[in-house]
Design a protein around this ligand. Structure first.
Ligand code: 5AD
Ligand code: SF4
Length: 474
């Protein structure tokens, strides 16, 4: 256990003090990655993870601002945390409360106003300064520490190497920020301009993750296939690498069984990436490729920079490169001005493409984004009705996709024990959760599993014993 003297402790406290840290993460996988790095940053100061906020010395809410509901959840959680903080003070102790992430970036002032007891507010580009900010907050009488600036130098240059064991499946942020400015989206304002990490840094981090036991790495970025990182010194071609080249290099790590990436933009699916899907067996045949709408009129208004037909052509090329590719997507329903006809075009696109799974949301006006001010907002009941119709179609497709897996043998990467004794749970290439009877020692292995049944949230299967040439179900 990592114990060190905590900054701000008094001279009387000569023994290294252990403090506890609780991080609650909202939103996307980039926030999950960022939260892990915050824990890494605080570990040398003696902060160990707490099971809940109740008895933590430092509580961090790492927040998401993508839709209104996500932001409001933070304010309601802060109400509960305020009570915990007051209780601690009554007992003569101190709890620091921090709001990090995109709500902090976008609504720092609002947090100050609605929750003045919050000690630290900092955006996604500032968390590498967390130890220093915590020290300042501990030294202050509760005035609050605010940092929602975009640094001149990317935070990645200041982050320590990750220390916690990554688990079998790890995230690795390769790119951050976005220059696309879709008219509904807060990301370009909260995460800032697009930045790609140098390929050699990514490869070094991947190597460390694999050495620590990761068998699958998901490359993360708000716009991950816009990746254009500096190529490693001496690499052929020089200059910059795209995501396809990066994936090819990572596939050279011997113990890395699986590579994924998310989230991508249709406009940035280039020849190099399609070729990687064709050639790199470790690159999983499952792609999250948000389309948002099937109507060209709406896509143009959203500033998506592609038509429905262009999206279909891209999917066609990807499927030609990797015939077993399954797709996932994001949809926004009720974007300002969306007509019945526009919505039907979305249903048509879904029917034509066929998705293995998808996320769909009602349009939520985000302050400061162009679409929020449009005067042709779609009434709430219309949004609700359309969303229900879209989700019914998407669920039908997901059920069909899952059902189609029954009787097939899928390679499953086992990640952890299952709900029942003797079971392990893992993921199929298509990110489906799969459980099967298996010895705990098989965690971290990619094992052939024959799928027997579709359950509400997972697939049930049995390991295929390959003691004959044909293989048979255990
Ligand atoms: N309203 C509804 N959904 C949104 N998303 C992003 N911004 C909004 C918004 N203002 C959805 C998009 C994006 C996903 C991460 O969240 O579908 O792809
Ligand atoms: Fe937001 Fe993605 Fe559009 Fe960037 S590409 S503005 S992150 S929806």
């Amino acid at each position: 256990m990592n114990q060190a003297r905590v900054s701000g402790s008094t001279p009387a406290q000569q023994v290294p003090m252990q403090k506890t840290l609780f991080i609650k993460t909202y939103g996307c996988q980039m926030n999950v990655y960022d939260s892990a790095r915050m824990a890494d940053l605080m570990a040398p100061l003696g902060y160990v993870p707490a099971a809940s906020a109740d008895d933590a010395d430092l509580v961090i809410l790492n927040t998401c601002h993508i839709r209104e509901k996500a932001a409001e959840k933070v304010f309601s959680e802060l109400g509960a945390i305020r009570r915990l903080k007051r209780q601690r003070e009554r007992q003569g102790g101190r709890m620091l409360v921090a709001v990090a992430g995109c709500v902090a970036q976008a609504e720092g002032e609002e947090i100050r106003r609605r929750a003045p007891f919050v000690d630290l507010v900092f955006g996604p580009q500032a968390y590498h300064r967390l130890p220093e900010m915590v020290a300042r907050a501990l030294d202050s009488a509760g005035d609050g520490v605010f940092d929602t600036s975009f640094p001149a130098k990317p935070k990645f240059n200041y982050l320590p190497e990750s220390m916690a064991a990554p688990g079998v499946s790890a995230f690795l942020t390769v790119q951050e920020g976005c220059d696309k400015f879709c008219t509904f989206c807060v990301v370009p304002y909260t995460r800032g301009a697009e930045y790609s990490r140098p390929a050699s840094d990514v490869i070094a981090e991947a190597r460390r993750l694999v050495d620590a036991g990761a068998r699958e790495i998901t490359l993360l970025g708000q716009n991950v296939n816009a990746y254009h990182g500096a190529a490693p010194d001496g690499s052929t071609g020089g200059g910059e690498w795209g995501l396809g080249e990066l994936i090819r290099a990572l596939a050279g790590l011997p113990e890395l069984g699986r590579i994924r990436y998310t989230t991508s933009h249709p406009r940035d699916v280039d020849d190099g990436l399609i070729a990687a899907h064709r050639d790199v067996s470790q690159l999983m045949p499952f792609l999250h490729l948000p389309v948002q709408s099937g109507s060209d009129r709406v896509l143009a208004a959203m500033n998506r920079r592609h038509t429905a037909d262009e999206y279909k052509r891209i999917v066609e090329r990807l499927r030609k490169a990797r015939p077993d590719l399954a797709l996932s997507s994001d949809f926004i329903i009720g974007y300002p001005g969306e007509s019945d006809e526009d919505f039907r075009a979305t249903l048509d696109l879904v029917s034509e493409i066929g998705f293995a799974q998808a996320f769909s949301f009602k349009y939520s006006p985000r302050p400061g984004t162009p679409a929020a001010d449009a005067d042709d907002q779609v009434p709430e009941p219309v949004k609700a009705e359309r969303l229900a119709a879209l989700q019914a179609l998407l669920q039908q497709q997901q059920r069909a996709f899952n059902k189609n897996c029954v009787g097939r043998v899928l390679p499953v990467l086992f990640e952890k024990p299952g709900r029942h004794p003797g079971q392990l749970v893992g993921r199929s290439p298509y990110l489906q959760s799969v459980h099967a009877d298996a010895a705990p020692g098989r965690i971290g292995e990619i094992v052939p599993v024959i799928i027997h049944a579709v359950e509400p949230n997972s697939l049930a299967g049995a390991i295929v014993v390959t003691d004959t040439k044909e293989g048979r179900a255990a």
